[in-house]
Design a protein around this ligand. Structure first.
Ligand SMILES: Nc1ncnc2c1ncn2[C@@H]1O[C@H](COP(=O)(O)OP(=O)(O)OP(=O)(O)O)[C@@H](O)[C@H]1O
Length: 577
Protein backbone atom coordinates (compact mmCIF):
# COMPACT_ATOMS: atom_id res chain seq x y z
CA UNK A 1 0.00 0.00 0.00
CA UNK A 2 2.85 2.35 0.81
CA UNK A 3 4.10 1.84 -2.74
CA UNK A 4 0.69 2.84 -4.11
CA UNK A 5 0.58 5.91 -1.88
CA UNK A 6 4.03 7.04 -2.95
CA UNK A 7 2.99 6.52 -6.59
CA UNK A 8 0.01 8.83 -6.08
CA UNK A 9 2.18 11.31 -4.23
CA UNK A 10 4.61 11.44 -7.15
CA UNK A 11 1.73 11.64 -9.65
CA UNK A 12 0.20 14.63 -7.84
CA UNK A 13 3.27 16.64 -8.99
CA UNK A 14 2.43 20.36 -8.86
CA UNK A 15 -0.77 19.65 -6.95
CA UNK A 16 1.17 18.29 -3.94
CA UNK A 17 0.54 21.52 -2.03
CA UNK A 18 -3.24 21.32 -2.52
CA UNK A 19 -3.20 17.66 -1.60
CA UNK A 20 -1.15 18.52 1.47
CA UNK A 21 -3.56 21.25 2.48
CA UNK A 22 -6.58 18.99 2.07
CA UNK A 23 -4.82 16.32 4.17
CA UNK A 24 -4.04 18.85 6.93
CA UNK A 25 -7.67 20.01 6.88
CA UNK A 26 -8.71 16.35 7.15
CA UNK A 27 -6.58 15.99 10.27
CA UNK A 28 -8.39 18.99 11.79
CA UNK A 29 -11.68 17.39 10.68
CA UNK A 30 -10.71 14.19 12.54
CA UNK A 31 -9.73 16.28 15.57
CA UNK A 32 -13.25 17.79 15.73
CA UNK A 33 -14.67 14.27 15.63
CA UNK A 34 -12.52 13.24 18.58
CA UNK A 35 -13.44 16.44 20.42
CA UNK A 36 -17.10 15.64 19.92
CA UNK A 37 -16.62 12.18 21.42
CA UNK A 38 -14.78 13.72 24.38
CA UNK A 39 -17.77 16.01 24.98
CA UNK A 40 -20.15 13.05 24.74
CA UNK A 41 -18.07 11.38 27.45
CA UNK A 42 -18.51 14.35 29.80
CA UNK A 43 -22.27 14.47 29.13
CA UNK A 44 -22.54 10.79 29.99
CA UNK A 45 -20.48 11.42 33.09
CA UNK A 46 -22.79 14.21 34.14
CA UNK A 47 -25.92 12.09 33.49
CA UNK A 48 -24.47 9.14 35.41
CA UNK A 49 -23.63 11.45 38.28
CA UNK A 50 -27.26 12.58 38.33
CA UNK A 51 -26.61 15.89 36.63
CA UNK A 52 -24.38 17.07 39.44
CA UNK A 53 -22.34 19.08 37.00
CA UNK A 54 -24.92 20.77 34.80
CA UNK A 55 -22.42 23.43 33.78
CA UNK A 56 -19.98 20.77 32.51
CA UNK A 57 -22.81 19.22 30.61
CA UNK A 58 -23.82 22.51 28.97
CA UNK A 59 -20.17 23.19 28.11
CA UNK A 60 -20.02 19.77 26.52
CA UNK A 61 -23.09 20.55 24.41
CA UNK A 62 -21.42 23.75 23.29
CA UNK A 63 -18.31 21.76 22.35
CA UNK A 64 -20.43 19.27 20.39
CA UNK A 65 -22.09 22.13 18.52
CA UNK A 66 -18.73 23.74 17.80
CA UNK A 67 -17.33 20.38 16.66
CA UNK A 68 -20.27 19.85 14.30
CA UNK A 69 -19.68 23.28 12.75
CA UNK A 70 -15.94 22.67 12.72
CA UNK A 71 -16.47 19.39 10.86
CA UNK A 72 -18.81 21.03 8.36
CA UNK A 73 -16.37 23.84 7.62
CA UNK A 74 -13.30 21.58 7.42
CA UNK A 75 -15.25 19.18 5.22
CA UNK A 76 -16.15 22.04 2.87
CA UNK A 77 -12.55 23.23 2.55
CA UNK A 78 -11.12 19.71 2.29
CA UNK A 79 -13.61 19.01 -0.57
CA UNK A 80 -12.59 22.21 -2.36
CA UNK A 81 -8.89 21.42 -2.08
CA UNK A 82 -9.28 17.78 -3.05
CA UNK A 83 -11.43 18.59 -6.09
CA UNK A 84 -8.83 21.13 -7.19
CA UNK A 85 -6.00 18.65 -6.59
CA UNK A 86 -7.83 15.82 -8.40
CA UNK A 87 -8.78 17.78 -11.51
CA UNK A 88 -5.53 19.64 -11.84
CA UNK A 89 -3.22 16.69 -11.22
CA UNK A 90 -5.02 14.74 -13.95
CA UNK A 91 -5.25 17.77 -16.27
CA UNK A 92 -1.49 18.28 -15.88
CA UNK A 93 -0.85 14.58 -16.55
CA UNK A 94 -3.02 14.78 -19.69
CA UNK A 95 -1.12 17.84 -20.94
CA UNK A 96 2.22 16.14 -20.22
CA UNK A 97 1.08 13.02 -22.07
CA UNK A 98 -0.06 14.94 -25.15
CA UNK A 99 3.24 16.84 -25.15
CA UNK A 100 5.05 13.53 -24.89
CA UNK A 101 3.14 12.12 -27.84
CA UNK A 102 4.56 14.90 -30.01
CA UNK A 103 8.09 13.83 -29.10
CA UNK A 104 7.95 10.06 -29.50
CA UNK A 105 8.52 8.33 -32.84
CA UNK A 106 5.24 8.00 -34.73
CA UNK A 107 6.11 4.33 -35.20
CA UNK A 108 5.50 3.69 -31.51
CA UNK A 109 1.94 4.90 -31.88
CA UNK A 110 1.24 1.81 -33.97
CA UNK A 111 2.62 -0.43 -31.29
CA UNK A 112 -0.14 -2.55 -29.73
CA UNK A 113 0.93 -1.26 -26.30
CA UNK A 114 0.03 2.23 -27.45
CA UNK A 115 -3.32 1.35 -28.98
CA UNK A 116 -5.26 2.52 -26.00
CA UNK A 117 -3.70 5.93 -25.51
CA UNK A 118 -6.95 7.79 -26.06
CA UNK A 119 -8.66 5.45 -23.59
CA UNK A 120 -5.98 6.07 -20.95
CA UNK A 121 -6.22 9.82 -21.48
CA UNK A 122 -9.98 9.81 -21.05
CA UNK A 123 -11.60 6.88 -19.21
CA UNK A 124 -8.44 5.63 -17.50
CA UNK A 125 -7.63 8.93 -15.88
CA UNK A 126 -11.18 10.01 -15.10
CA UNK A 127 -11.30 7.48 -12.28
CA UNK A 128 -8.10 8.96 -10.86
CA UNK A 129 -9.45 12.47 -11.29
CA UNK A 130 -12.63 11.73 -9.36
CA UNK A 131 -11.45 9.39 -6.70
CA UNK A 132 -7.82 9.91 -5.70
CA UNK A 133 -8.13 12.84 -3.29
CA UNK A 134 -11.38 11.66 -1.72
CA UNK A 135 -9.90 8.17 -1.22
CA UNK A 136 -6.79 9.60 0.43
CA UNK A 137 -8.86 11.80 2.71
CA UNK A 138 -11.33 9.06 3.65
CA UNK A 139 -8.42 6.77 4.45
CA UNK A 140 -6.54 9.35 6.46
CA UNK A 141 -9.51 10.60 8.49
CA UNK A 142 -10.82 7.05 8.93
CA UNK A 143 -7.59 5.54 10.23
CA UNK A 144 -6.67 8.61 12.25
CA UNK A 145 -10.03 8.83 14.01
CA UNK A 146 -10.05 5.08 14.62
CA UNK A 147 -6.52 5.28 16.02
CA UNK A 148 -7.35 8.06 18.50
CA UNK A 149 -10.60 6.36 19.50
CA UNK A 150 -8.68 3.12 20.11
CA UNK A 151 -6.27 4.96 22.42
CA UNK A 152 -9.26 6.43 24.25
CA UNK A 153 -10.72 2.94 24.65
CA UNK A 154 -7.37 1.68 25.99
CA UNK A 155 -7.53 4.45 28.59
CA UNK A 156 -11.08 3.46 29.60
CA UNK A 157 -10.30 -0.22 29.81
CA UNK A 158 -7.24 -2.11 28.65
CA UNK A 159 -9.21 -5.35 28.08
CA UNK A 160 -11.56 -3.61 25.65
CA UNK A 161 -8.56 -1.91 24.01
CA UNK A 162 -6.93 -5.31 23.36
CA UNK A 163 -10.11 -6.64 21.67
CA UNK A 164 -10.31 -3.53 19.47
CA UNK A 165 -6.62 -3.85 18.55
CA UNK A 166 -6.94 -7.57 17.66
CA UNK A 167 -10.09 -7.00 15.55
CA UNK A 168 -8.39 -4.09 13.76
CA UNK A 169 -5.28 -6.17 13.00
CA UNK A 170 -7.35 -9.06 11.59
CA UNK A 171 -9.32 -6.57 9.50
CA UNK A 172 -6.14 -4.98 8.17
CA UNK A 173 -4.71 -8.41 7.31
CA UNK A 174 -7.85 -9.28 5.29
CA UNK A 175 -7.74 -5.85 3.59
CA UNK A 176 -4.12 -6.46 2.66
CA UNK A 177 -5.10 -9.79 1.05
CA UNK A 178 -7.84 -7.92 -0.76
CA UNK A 179 -5.24 -5.44 -2.03
CA UNK A 180 -3.17 -8.28 -3.44
CA UNK A 181 -6.18 -9.75 -5.26
CA UNK A 182 -7.01 -6.27 -6.44
CA UNK A 183 -3.45 -5.85 -7.77
CA UNK A 184 -4.06 -8.83 -10.05
CA UNK A 185 -7.49 -7.90 -11.40
CA UNK A 186 -7.31 -4.09 -11.40
CA UNK A 187 -5.13 -3.77 -14.54
CA UNK A 188 -7.40 -6.25 -16.33
CA UNK A 189 -10.47 -4.25 -15.38
CA UNK A 190 -8.82 -0.94 -16.33
CA UNK A 191 -7.81 -2.40 -19.73
CA UNK A 192 -11.33 -3.66 -20.34
CA UNK A 193 -12.80 -0.23 -19.52
CA UNK A 194 -10.32 1.55 -21.79
CA UNK A 195 -10.87 -0.93 -24.60
CA UNK A 196 -14.63 -0.51 -24.26
CA UNK A 197 -14.50 3.27 -24.62
CA UNK A 198 -12.13 2.93 -27.62
CA UNK A 199 -14.38 0.43 -29.37
CA UNK A 200 -17.51 2.51 -28.79
CA UNK A 201 -15.77 5.58 -30.21
CA UNK A 202 -14.52 3.59 -33.21
CA UNK A 203 -18.00 2.20 -33.72
CA UNK A 204 -19.55 5.66 -33.86
CA UNK A 205 -16.84 6.95 -36.21
CA UNK A 206 -17.17 3.92 -38.50
CA UNK A 207 -20.96 4.16 -38.68
CA UNK A 208 -21.03 5.26 -42.36
CA UNK A 209 -18.93 2.21 -43.35
CA UNK A 210 -20.97 -0.13 -41.16
CA UNK A 211 -24.20 1.15 -42.73
CA UNK A 212 -22.96 1.15 -46.31
CA UNK A 213 -21.85 -2.46 -45.99
CA UNK A 214 -25.04 -3.31 -44.15
CA UNK A 215 -23.01 -4.64 -41.25
CA UNK A 216 -25.31 -3.48 -38.47
CA UNK A 217 -25.38 -6.50 -36.25
CA UNK A 218 -22.19 -8.11 -37.54
CA UNK A 219 -20.08 -4.96 -37.84
CA UNK A 220 -20.37 -4.18 -34.17
CA UNK A 221 -18.80 -7.50 -33.13
CA UNK A 222 -15.77 -5.70 -31.71
CA UNK A 223 -17.98 -3.40 -29.65
CA UNK A 224 -20.04 -6.34 -28.41
CA UNK A 225 -16.86 -8.24 -27.53
CA UNK A 226 -15.57 -5.21 -25.63
CA UNK A 227 -18.87 -4.87 -23.72
CA UNK A 228 -18.78 -8.58 -22.94
CA UNK A 229 -15.15 -8.38 -21.80
CA UNK A 230 -15.92 -5.40 -19.59
CA UNK A 231 -18.90 -7.20 -18.08
CA UNK A 232 -16.76 -10.31 -17.53
CA UNK A 233 -13.94 -8.46 -15.78
CA UNK A 234 -16.36 -6.45 -13.63
CA UNK A 235 -18.08 -9.68 -12.57
CA UNK A 236 -14.68 -11.25 -11.91
CA UNK A 237 -13.74 -8.30 -9.70
CA UNK A 238 -16.99 -8.68 -7.78
CA UNK A 239 -16.62 -12.48 -7.53
CA UNK A 240 -13.10 -12.19 -6.15
CA UNK A 241 -13.87 -9.31 -3.80
CA UNK A 242 -17.23 -10.32 -2.39
CA UNK A 243 -15.88 -13.07 -0.05
CA UNK A 244 -13.29 -10.64 1.33
CA UNK A 245 -15.81 -7.83 1.71
CA UNK A 246 -18.27 -10.09 3.50
CA UNK A 247 -15.53 -11.58 5.68
CA UNK A 248 -14.05 -8.23 6.66
CA UNK A 249 -17.45 -6.78 7.50
CA UNK A 250 -18.16 -9.97 9.50
CA UNK A 251 -14.95 -9.45 11.51
CA UNK A 252 -15.98 -5.93 12.46
CA UNK A 253 -19.58 -6.86 13.25
CA UNK A 254 -18.52 -9.80 15.41
CA UNK A 255 -15.95 -7.59 17.15
CA UNK A 256 -18.65 -4.93 17.77
CA UNK A 257 -20.91 -7.60 19.22
CA UNK A 258 -18.12 -8.92 21.50
CA UNK A 259 -17.36 -5.37 22.66
CA UNK A 260 -21.00 -4.70 23.52
CA UNK A 261 -21.17 -7.97 25.40
CA UNK A 262 -17.95 -7.22 27.29
CA UNK A 263 -19.02 -3.66 28.11
CA UNK A 264 -22.24 -4.93 29.70
CA UNK A 265 -20.51 -7.91 31.32
CA UNK A 266 -17.74 -5.79 32.87
CA UNK A 267 -20.33 -3.31 34.16
CA UNK A 268 -22.30 -6.04 35.92
CA UNK A 269 -19.03 -7.60 37.17
CA UNK A 270 -18.40 -4.14 38.56
CA UNK A 271 -15.00 -4.07 36.88
CA UNK A 272 -16.06 -1.10 34.71
CA UNK A 273 -18.07 1.96 35.68
CA UNK A 274 -21.30 2.89 33.89
CA UNK A 275 -19.87 5.86 31.99
CA UNK A 276 -16.99 3.84 30.54
CA UNK A 277 -19.33 1.00 29.72
CA UNK A 278 -21.69 3.34 27.83
CA UNK A 279 -18.74 5.00 26.06
CA UNK A 280 -17.42 1.60 25.02
CA UNK A 281 -20.82 0.76 23.52
CA UNK A 282 -20.84 3.99 21.51
CA UNK A 283 -17.19 3.90 20.51
CA UNK A 284 -17.09 0.28 19.44
CA UNK A 285 -19.58 1.23 16.74
CA UNK A 286 -17.74 4.46 15.80
CA UNK A 287 -14.27 2.87 15.61
CA UNK A 288 -15.31 0.05 13.33
CA UNK A 289 -17.43 2.18 11.00
CA UNK A 290 -14.40 4.48 10.51
CA UNK A 291 -12.07 1.54 9.87
CA UNK A 292 -14.51 -0.02 7.43
CA UNK A 293 -14.82 3.20 5.44
CA UNK A 294 -11.04 3.65 5.31
CA UNK A 295 -10.52 -0.02 4.38
CA UNK A 296 -12.91 0.02 1.43
CA UNK A 297 -11.10 3.07 0.04
CA UNK A 298 -7.84 1.11 0.12
CA UNK A 299 -9.00 -1.39 -2.50
CA UNK A 300 -10.09 1.44 -4.82
CA UNK A 301 -6.53 2.75 -4.67
CA UNK A 302 -5.32 -0.25 -6.67
CA UNK A 303 -7.49 0.66 -9.64
CA UNK A 304 -6.11 4.18 -9.52
CA UNK A 305 -2.55 2.83 -9.25
CA UNK A 306 -3.00 0.76 -12.39
CA UNK A 307 -4.10 3.89 -14.34
CA UNK A 308 -1.02 5.72 -13.04
CA UNK A 309 1.13 2.77 -14.21
CA UNK A 310 -0.27 3.17 -17.71
CA UNK A 311 0.54 6.89 -17.70
CA UNK A 312 4.07 6.02 -16.51
CA UNK A 313 4.40 3.53 -19.39
CA UNK A 314 3.72 6.30 -21.88
CA UNK A 315 5.88 8.86 -20.09
CA UNK A 316 8.83 6.44 -20.04
CA UNK A 317 8.90 6.01 -23.83
CA UNK A 318 12.12 7.30 -25.29
CA UNK A 319 11.81 10.68 -26.94
CA UNK A 320 13.26 11.86 -30.21
CA UNK A 321 15.68 14.37 -28.82
CA UNK A 322 17.79 16.82 -30.69
CA UNK A 323 21.38 15.73 -30.04
CA UNK A 324 22.95 19.15 -30.01
CA UNK A 325 20.11 21.65 -30.58
CA UNK A 326 21.80 23.11 -33.68
CA UNK A 327 20.03 25.73 -35.78
CA UNK A 328 19.40 25.20 -39.47
CA UNK A 329 21.62 27.12 -41.84
CA UNK A 330 20.06 29.40 -44.44
CA UNK A 331 20.15 26.57 -47.01
CA UNK A 332 17.28 24.11 -47.45
CA UNK A 333 18.90 21.51 -49.70
CA UNK A 334 18.25 17.96 -48.48
CA UNK A 335 20.61 14.98 -48.62
CA UNK A 336 20.04 11.29 -47.88
CA UNK A 337 23.34 9.52 -47.19
CA UNK A 338 23.17 5.72 -47.22
CA UNK A 339 19.89 5.72 -45.29
CA UNK A 340 18.35 2.43 -44.11
CA UNK A 341 15.17 2.03 -42.12
CA UNK A 342 13.02 -0.85 -40.87
CA UNK A 343 9.63 -1.16 -39.22
CA UNK A 344 10.59 -3.68 -36.55
CA UNK A 345 12.45 -6.41 -38.45
CA UNK A 346 10.97 -5.49 -41.80
CA UNK A 347 13.50 -3.55 -43.87
CA UNK A 348 11.71 -0.83 -45.82
CA UNK A 349 14.46 1.55 -46.95
CA UNK A 350 17.76 0.02 -48.00
CA UNK A 351 20.92 2.15 -48.26
CA UNK A 352 19.32 5.04 -50.10
CA UNK A 353 21.37 8.10 -51.12
CA UNK A 354 20.25 11.13 -53.10
CA UNK A 355 20.33 14.95 -53.06
CA UNK A 356 17.50 17.46 -53.42
CA UNK A 357 18.91 20.90 -54.27
CA UNK A 358 17.19 23.86 -52.62
CA UNK A 359 13.96 25.08 -54.28
CA UNK A 360 13.72 22.08 -56.57
CA UNK A 361 11.11 19.35 -56.80
CA UNK A 362 11.72 15.66 -56.41
CA UNK A 363 9.01 13.16 -57.30
CA UNK A 364 9.00 9.68 -55.76
CA UNK A 365 7.37 7.04 -57.87
CA UNK A 366 7.25 3.27 -57.66
CA UNK A 367 4.95 0.34 -56.95
CA UNK A 368 2.70 0.28 -53.93
CA UNK A 369 4.64 -0.61 -50.78
CA UNK A 370 8.00 0.44 -52.33
CA UNK A 371 8.60 2.84 -49.41
CA UNK A 372 7.72 6.26 -50.94
CA UNK A 373 5.65 7.51 -48.01
CA UNK A 374 8.13 6.16 -45.49
CA UNK A 375 11.03 7.87 -47.23
CA UNK A 376 9.24 11.23 -47.25
CA UNK A 377 8.23 10.93 -43.59
CA UNK A 378 11.83 10.21 -42.57
CA UNK A 379 12.66 13.82 -43.52
CA UNK A 380 10.20 15.07 -40.90
CA UNK A 381 11.57 12.56 -38.33
CA UNK A 382 8.33 10.63 -37.98
CA UNK A 383 10.85 7.89 -37.29
CA UNK A 384 14.62 7.92 -36.87
CA UNK A 385 16.73 6.18 -39.49
CA UNK A 386 18.50 2.94 -38.50
CA UNK A 387 21.70 3.92 -40.27
CA UNK A 388 23.00 6.64 -42.53
CA UNK A 389 21.85 10.23 -42.14
CA UNK A 390 19.56 12.88 -43.52
CA UNK A 391 20.76 16.47 -43.64
CA UNK A 392 19.06 19.79 -44.35
CA UNK A 393 21.47 22.52 -45.42
CA UNK A 394 24.31 20.24 -44.26
CA UNK A 395 22.92 19.82 -40.70
CA UNK A 396 21.88 16.34 -39.57
CA UNK A 397 18.15 16.46 -38.79
CA UNK A 398 18.86 14.63 -35.52
CA UNK A 399 20.84 17.67 -34.37
CA UNK A 400 17.98 20.09 -34.91
CA UNK A 401 15.24 20.55 -32.34
CA UNK A 402 11.94 18.94 -33.38
CA UNK A 403 10.23 22.36 -33.17
CA UNK A 404 12.74 23.95 -35.55
CA UNK A 405 12.48 21.00 -37.94
CA UNK A 406 8.68 21.10 -37.99
CA UNK A 407 8.68 24.90 -38.42
CA UNK A 408 10.59 24.34 -41.64
CA UNK A 409 8.41 21.59 -43.09
CA UNK A 410 4.80 21.56 -44.27
CA UNK A 411 3.21 18.20 -44.87
CA UNK A 412 0.11 17.68 -46.99
CA UNK A 413 -1.06 14.09 -47.08
CA UNK A 414 -3.98 12.54 -48.91
CA UNK A 415 -5.90 11.87 -45.73
CA UNK A 416 -6.74 15.37 -44.56
CA UNK A 417 -7.66 16.11 -40.99
CA UNK A 418 -9.64 19.24 -40.31
CA UNK A 419 -10.50 20.29 -36.77
CA UNK A 420 -14.01 20.75 -35.50
CA UNK A 421 -13.55 24.52 -35.68
CA UNK A 422 -14.14 27.41 -38.09
CA UNK A 423 -12.60 27.37 -41.56
CA UNK A 424 -10.60 30.46 -40.56
CA UNK A 425 -9.08 28.70 -37.55
CA UNK A 426 -8.40 25.56 -39.57
CA UNK A 427 -6.36 27.61 -42.04
CA UNK A 428 -4.74 29.62 -39.23
CA UNK A 429 -3.56 26.36 -37.67
CA UNK A 430 -0.64 26.75 -40.11
CA UNK A 431 0.20 30.14 -38.57
CA UNK A 432 -1.79 31.15 -35.49
CA UNK A 433 -0.57 34.77 -35.77
CA UNK A 434 -1.87 35.26 -39.30
CA UNK A 435 -4.33 38.10 -39.90
CA UNK A 436 -7.75 37.65 -41.54
CA UNK A 437 -6.35 39.16 -44.76
CA UNK A 438 -3.51 36.63 -44.79
CA UNK A 439 -6.04 33.82 -44.33
CA UNK A 440 -8.06 35.10 -47.30
CA UNK A 441 -4.90 35.43 -49.36
CA UNK A 442 -3.87 31.84 -48.63
CA UNK A 443 -7.40 30.63 -49.37
CA UNK A 444 -7.37 32.47 -52.71
CA UNK A 445 -4.02 30.90 -53.65
CA UNK A 446 -5.38 27.47 -52.67
CA UNK A 447 -8.49 28.05 -54.82
CA UNK A 448 -10.89 27.76 -51.93
CA UNK A 449 -11.95 31.37 -51.33
CA UNK A 450 -14.97 31.14 -53.67
CA UNK A 451 -16.52 28.05 -52.14
CA UNK A 452 -15.85 29.39 -48.62
CA UNK A 453 -17.61 32.68 -49.46
CA UNK A 454 -20.58 30.73 -50.84
CA UNK A 455 -21.12 29.15 -47.40
CA UNK A 456 -23.68 31.03 -45.24
CA UNK A 457 -21.12 31.94 -42.58
CA UNK A 458 -18.10 32.17 -44.86
CA UNK A 459 -14.81 31.83 -42.99
CA UNK A 460 -16.72 31.47 -39.70
CA UNK A 461 -18.38 28.24 -40.84
CA UNK A 462 -17.64 25.50 -38.35
CA UNK A 463 -16.43 22.34 -40.02
CA UNK A 464 -17.90 19.10 -38.68
CA UNK A 465 -15.56 16.70 -36.91
CA UNK A 466 -12.96 15.37 -39.37
CA UNK A 467 -14.17 17.93 -41.94
CA UNK A 468 -17.39 16.01 -42.52
CA UNK A 469 -19.36 18.85 -44.15
CA UNK A 470 -17.01 19.46 -47.07
CA UNK A 471 -16.20 17.51 -50.23
CA UNK A 472 -12.91 15.61 -50.46
CA UNK A 473 -11.44 18.16 -52.89
CA UNK A 474 -12.53 21.12 -50.72
CA UNK A 475 -10.94 19.58 -47.64
CA UNK A 476 -7.73 19.01 -49.60
CA UNK A 477 -7.63 22.64 -50.69
CA UNK A 478 -8.20 23.93 -47.17
CA UNK A 479 -5.31 21.76 -46.00
CA UNK A 480 -3.19 23.28 -48.77
CA UNK A 481 -4.25 26.81 -47.72
CA UNK A 482 -3.10 25.85 -44.21
CA UNK A 483 0.29 24.82 -45.62
CA UNK A 484 0.51 27.98 -47.77
CA UNK A 485 -0.06 30.23 -44.75
CA UNK A 486 2.61 28.32 -42.81
CA UNK A 487 5.04 29.24 -45.60
CA UNK A 488 7.60 26.58 -44.63
CA UNK A 489 10.55 26.30 -47.04
CA UNK A 490 10.23 22.51 -47.37
CA UNK A 491 7.02 20.87 -48.59
CA UNK A 492 6.22 17.17 -48.37
CA UNK A 493 3.24 16.39 -50.51
CA UNK A 494 1.30 13.23 -51.17
CA UNK A 495 -0.45 14.24 -54.33
CA UNK A 496 -4.16 13.52 -54.08
CA UNK A 497 -5.79 11.56 -56.86
CA UNK A 498 -8.76 10.17 -55.04
CA UNK A 499 -11.98 12.08 -54.29
CA UNK A 500 -11.34 14.62 -57.02
CA UNK A 501 -13.49 15.23 -60.10
CA UNK A 502 -11.94 16.92 -63.20
CA UNK A 503 -13.11 20.43 -62.24
CA UNK A 504 -11.78 20.03 -58.72
CA UNK A 505 -8.59 18.50 -60.05
CA UNK A 506 -7.79 21.72 -61.93
CA UNK A 507 -8.41 23.79 -58.81
CA UNK A 508 -6.32 21.39 -56.73
CA UNK A 509 -3.51 21.77 -59.24
CA UNK A 510 -3.68 25.58 -58.91
CA UNK A 511 -3.49 25.17 -55.14
CA UNK A 512 -0.54 22.77 -55.32
CA UNK A 513 1.33 25.02 -57.77
CA UNK A 514 0.96 28.00 -55.39
CA UNK A 515 2.16 25.88 -52.49
CA UNK A 516 5.23 24.63 -54.35
CA UNK A 517 6.42 28.02 -55.62
CA UNK A 518 10.03 28.71 -54.53
CA UNK A 519 10.10 25.73 -52.17
CA UNK A 520 12.08 22.53 -51.80
CA UNK A 521 9.44 19.95 -52.61
CA UNK A 522 9.31 16.22 -52.01
CA UNK A 523 6.26 14.69 -53.53
CA UNK A 524 4.75 11.29 -53.95
CA UNK A 525 3.59 11.95 -57.45
CA UNK A 526 0.71 10.28 -59.22
CA UNK A 527 -0.16 12.64 -62.07
CA UNK A 528 1.71 12.53 -65.32
CA UNK A 529 2.20 16.28 -65.58
CA UNK A 530 3.67 16.64 -62.13
CA UNK A 531 6.00 13.73 -62.68
CA UNK A 532 7.20 15.07 -66.03
CA UNK A 533 7.77 18.57 -64.60
CA UNK A 534 9.71 17.45 -61.53
CA UNK A 535 13.37 18.49 -61.48
CA UNK A 536 14.29 15.00 -60.36
CA UNK A 537 12.43 11.70 -60.40
CA UNK A 538 13.38 8.93 -57.99
CA UNK A 539 12.03 5.50 -58.79
CA UNK A 540 11.81 3.22 -55.80
CA UNK A 541 11.41 -0.52 -55.72
CA UNK A 542 11.53 -2.60 -52.54
CA UNK A 543 13.11 0.25 -50.62
CA UNK A 544 15.94 0.85 -53.11
CA UNK A 545 16.47 3.49 -55.75
CA UNK A 546 16.33 1.74 -59.09
CA UNK A 547 16.22 4.80 -61.36
CA UNK A 548 16.99 8.46 -60.82
CA UNK A 549 17.01 11.50 -63.12
CA UNK A 550 14.82 13.76 -65.22
CA UNK A 551 11.85 12.60 -67.24
CA UNK A 552 13.57 13.02 -70.62
CA UNK A 553 16.49 10.78 -69.60
CA UNK A 554 14.48 8.15 -67.74
CA UNK A 555 11.86 7.70 -70.44
CA UNK A 556 14.58 6.53 -72.80
CA UNK A 557 15.68 3.77 -70.41
CA UNK A 558 14.00 0.39 -70.20
CA UNK A 559 12.60 -0.11 -66.73
CA UNK A 560 9.96 0.65 -64.18
CA UNK A 561 9.77 4.33 -65.11
CA UNK A 562 8.97 3.92 -68.80
CA UNK A 563 6.48 1.13 -67.97
CA UNK A 564 4.91 3.34 -65.31
CA UNK A 565 4.57 6.29 -67.70
CA UNK A 566 3.02 4.11 -70.41
CA UNK A 567 0.41 2.84 -67.95
CA UNK A 568 -0.27 6.37 -66.68
CA UNK A 569 -0.65 7.74 -70.23
CA UNK A 570 -3.08 4.99 -71.07
CA UNK A 571 -5.07 5.63 -67.90
CA UNK A 572 -5.18 9.40 -68.39
CA UNK A 573 -6.12 9.11 -72.09
CA UNK A 574 -8.81 6.70 -71.13
CA UNK A 575 -10.08 9.20 -68.59
CA UNK A 576 -10.23 11.99 -71.15
CA UNK A 577 -12.23 9.89 -73.63
N1 LIG B 1 3.67 2.33 -39.54
C1 LIG B 1 4.03 1.21 -40.16
N2 LIG B 1 4.37 0.12 -39.45
C2 LIG B 1 4.76 -1.01 -40.07
N3 LIG B 1 4.81 -1.16 -41.40
C3 LIG B 1 4.49 -0.12 -42.17
C4 LIG B 1 4.07 1.12 -41.59
N4 LIG B 1 3.81 1.99 -42.58
C5 LIG B 1 4.04 1.32 -43.73
N5 LIG B 1 4.46 0.07 -43.49
C6 LIG B 1 4.87 -0.92 -44.48
O1 LIG B 1 6.02 -0.43 -45.13
C7 LIG B 1 5.98 -0.70 -46.50
C8 LIG B 1 6.20 0.59 -47.28
O2 LIG B 1 5.08 1.43 -47.02
P1 LIG B 1 4.96 2.88 -47.67
O3 LIG B 1 3.66 3.42 -47.25
O4 LIG B 1 6.18 3.64 -47.39
O5 LIG B 1 4.92 2.49 -49.21
P2 LIG B 1 4.45 3.38 -50.44
O6 LIG B 1 5.47 3.13 -51.51
O7 LIG B 1 4.22 4.77 -50.04
O8 LIG B 1 3.08 2.65 -50.81
P3 LIG B 1 1.73 3.29 -51.43
O9 LIG B 1 2.05 3.84 -52.78
O10 LIG B 1 0.81 2.11 -51.52
O11 LIG B 1 1.26 4.32 -50.46
C9 LIG B 1 4.66 -1.39 -46.77
O12 LIG B 1 4.91 -2.77 -46.85
C10 LIG B 1 3.83 -1.07 -45.57
O13 LIG B 1 2.97 -2.14 -45.27
Amino acid sequence: MLETLSKIWRFSAKEKSNLNKSLVISVIHAFFYVLQMGAVYFILLSIVNNGEKLRTSLMSFAIILASIFGRMITNYYAQLRQTHAGYFMVANARIKMTDKLKKIPMGLLNNSKMENISGILTTGLSETENTVPSILITMLTGFLTAFVFTIMVFIFDIRIGIVVAIATLIYLYVSDRMQKVSAKVAPKRANAQINLSDRVLEHIQAMPVIKSFNLTGKGDKNTRDAIFESKKTNLEVERRFTPFTIFSSLILNVASFILMYLAIRFYFDQTMNLTNSLMTLIMSYMIFSQIQEAGSSMSELRIVASSIDKVDDIMSLSEMKSKSGLKLTSKRNIEFNNVSFSYGNKKIIDKVSFKIPEKTTVAFIGPSGAGKTTLSKLIARFWDVDSGDITIGGVNIKDISLEELMDNISIVFQSVYLFNDTIENNIKFGNPNASHEEVINAAKKAACHDFIMALPKGYDTVIGEGGANLSGGEKQRISIARAIIKDAPIIILDEATANVDPENEDKLQIAINSLMKEKTVIMIAHKLNTIKNADQIIVLEKGQIVQKGEHDELIKEEGIYSDFIKIREKAENWKIK
